[in-house]
Design a protein around this ligand. Structure first.
Ligand code: WCC
Ligand code: FE2
Length: 628
């Protein structure tokens, strides 16, 4: 059997994988190693959009054959990719729309347990969309903003509201090419209909709808989720938080919340301090109740409130092996069905809370924003009862790492520009004078096809060593937090220029921005860099690059493509669902850049990825006339 050290570089996860094997419990990390993926599907050379097939083409000789309907390899790959992007964009838009509904519930007075926390941000966002806020009450502004943002989902023509925030040259390109997103529901519907058998069979034309569907994610549902979550729950600013499995406490009732929508987690945070439950827990012999996060809602709670974070996607099954998890509470997205089996083996409550995501074998306790305590109280009772009857031996890895999280785009502006001249100009100045070579977004999942966290960590280290400032979100941010890079003390690992900036400002060389929907903070930061001047007219002019080195989800493909469509060179690791020697691949990896967009890149070795990103940053510096 392959060694645990080859499966993950996270020592806590290694320890739990070893224990799981000893206990005879199979985890995703081993299932992933044993799975032999279909080589035809891996390169997107099969089509199952109708029942004349499924048709399988030969990835080694892609133009030799066509599907029964005559579909070429380019049509097949474009349709497959389009449906991936539609699913990813749908996930984020569904999330964003539910956040909008919660916001409307607060405005209407139906939701009483949540509030508008950041009224300054409410005003700022409303103004950025052209809403006149002068002399208006908070609720009035909120109502107008809510109505405006509803268009993100329901528009059937015009331009999606948040696209206003993009640089004018970038928006002009979208208009000229006919890819400006209208409403997310329309774009996703059109993507699905155009990929039906016998509809759009021109890969270049399909690419336009793919681009529009992806833009409807980044400048649509994801951005609505980020901005409204900040308005309702508070805009993050740097917060010290502990990360890794050592945040579990043997003598406490441990509850993990793992998922994506922050509302339920916020509800849990409010309920967990109720003295009634604390006394209940004590009556069962516990010292207290320990609430921690995982995955993206965990990243949001860590950024906003300093709630400890127990690990990323690759560790969600492994942590149950500790035996110390009294309840794992989940909502939507990236929740492995395998959790149910592992939870059963370790007598942990796996509790689903969202009507859109139930799991066979899990207990369903539905969360309702109008009456959050009904759900949270039941979860607390279940977890406390389980603590009282713990029978398993407990083994908690003693791994814990403090880091600074919560760098919202607003805070980056304030941190670099100071209170009075808050702007991105100082960042641009440091890029122009060469102290900072460029900016990279390193984001995305972990994937059991590769050693968990290893590509993230090696890539980020290489980037900062070369004076590239790294912005992070999602599971990647947690990987680097565990590796100890999200602290100002990591500055010496950076090249001399970046280290100097970090030491002057007192910031880490790696900035954690939050969850996957918070990738939109990177879009807004990039737009602000363009507007601050000196680095060109569009996002495509900036010396920036992005990467998801261990990606696995369709959401990652949607995110990758909205970055490409916004002008960013985006490199994916692990593999990519296209065949190299095809026209569609060439369009994605070369052609889009020639049209003024960013482009895709692919490599699996972290040093190679860093080299590609840095070469692109240097190319952009040269075009801007700021190379040394
Ligand atoms: Ni976003 Fe990837 Fe994590 Fe899920 S939470 S695993 S999509 S990076
Ligand atoms: Fe996520």
């Amino acid at each position: 059997m392959v060694s645990v050290e080859d499966r993950t570089m996270c020592e806590a996860t290694q320890q739990m994988l070893t224990k799981a094997r000893r206990d005879g419990v199979k985890l995703d990390l081993d299932r992933g190693y044993e799975m032999k993926p279909c080589p035809i599907g891996a390169e997107s050379a099969c089509c199952k959009h109708c029942y004349m097939g499924p048709c399988r083409l030969n990835p080694r000789d892609p133009y030799k054959k066509v599907g029964v309907c005559g579909a070429t390899i380019d049509t097949i790959m474009a349709r497959n990719f389009g449906r991936n992007v539609a699913a990813g964009s749908a996930s984020h838009n569904d999330h964003g729309r539910h956040i909008l509904e919660l916001f409307r519930g607060i405005i209407d007075g139906k939701v009483k347990d949540f509030t508008i926390e950041d009224t300054l941000k409410l005003e700022r966002v409303a103004k950025s969309l052209g809403i006149d806020v002068e002399g208006k009450e908070v609720l009035e502004v909120a109502k107008e903003l809510c109505d405006e943002l509803e268009k993100t989902f329901s528009n059937v023509d015009g331009e999606m509201p948040f696209t206003k925030l993009a640089p004018e040259a970038t928006r002009e390109l979208w208009r000229k090419d006919g890819v400006m997103p209208r409403g997310a529901m329309l774009e996703i519907m059109e993507m699905m209909s155009r990929t039906h058998i016998g509809c759009d069979q021109d890969y270049d034309n399909l690419m336009k709808q793919i681009t529009r569907t992806a833009l409807a994610d980044g400048w649509g549902g994801s951005m609505v989720a980020t901005e409204l979550s900040d308005i309702m729950f508070g805009t993050p600013s740097p917060t010290l938080a502990d990360v890794n499995m050592g945040v579990l406490k043997e003598d406490h009732v441990n509850i993990i919340v793992h998922g994506h929508e922050p509302a339920m987690f916020e509800g849990m945070l409010a309920a967990v301090n109720d003295s009634f439950f604390i006394e209940e827990a004590k009556a069962k012999g516990a010292k207290g109740i320990n609430l921690v996060g995982m995955c993206c809602s965990g990243a949001e709670m860590m950024s906003r409130h300093g709630v400890p974070h127990a690990g990323n996607f690759g560790s969600t099954e492994a942590i149950i092996v500790t035996g110390a998890v009294d309840a794992m509470v989940v909502d939507i997205q990236c929740i492995k069905q395998g959790l149910a089996e592992v939870a059963k083996c370790y007598d942990t409550h796996l509790i689903t809370t969202n009507p859109r995501a139930k799991i066979e074998g899990a207990t369903h306790v539905e969360f309702d924003e109008i009456d959050p305590r009904k759900c949270t109280d039941e979860i607390l009772s279940k977890a406390i009862a389980r603590y009282g009857t713990r029978s398993m031996p407990i083994e908690i890895p003693k791994k814990i790492q403090a880091g600074v999280h919560g760098f919202s785009h607003e805070y980056i502006e304030y941190m670099l520009g100071g209170t009075f001249r808050g702007s991105y100009s100082p960042l641009n100045d440091n890029i122009i004078n060469g102290r900072i070579r460029g900016v990279a977004g390193v984001v995305g999942c972990t994937n059991p096809k590769v050693k968990q966290d290893s590509v993230h960590v090696a890539l980020v280290k290489e980037l900062i060593r070369n004076d590239v400032l790294v912005l992070q979100t999602g599971c990647s941010q947690i990987a680097l937090a565990k590796a100890g890079l999200l602290v100002p003390e990591a500055a010496p690992l950076a090249g001399p220029g970046l280290a100097e900036v970090c030491e002057t400002v007192g910031m880490p060389p790696v900035l954690g921005l939050g969850s996957c929907v918070d990738n939109t903070r990177i879009l807004i930061a990039a737009s602000a860099m363009v507007k601050a001047g000196g680095l060109g007219n569009s996002i495509a002019d900036l010396p920036v690059a992005g990467c998801a080195p261990e990606w696995m989800s369709e959401k990652a493909l949607a995110i990758g493509h909205y970055f490409v469509a916004s002008g960013v060179y985006t490199v994916f690791g692990v593999g990519f669902p296209t065949i190299k020697e095809t026209k569609f691949h060439d369009l994605m990896f070369n052609g889009l850049e020639k049209k003024g967009y960013g482009k895709w890149g692919m490599a699996s070795d972290p040093i190679e990825i860093a080299r590609m990103m840095i070469a692109h940053i240097d190319k952009k510096r040269k075009q801007l006339g700021i190379d040394k």
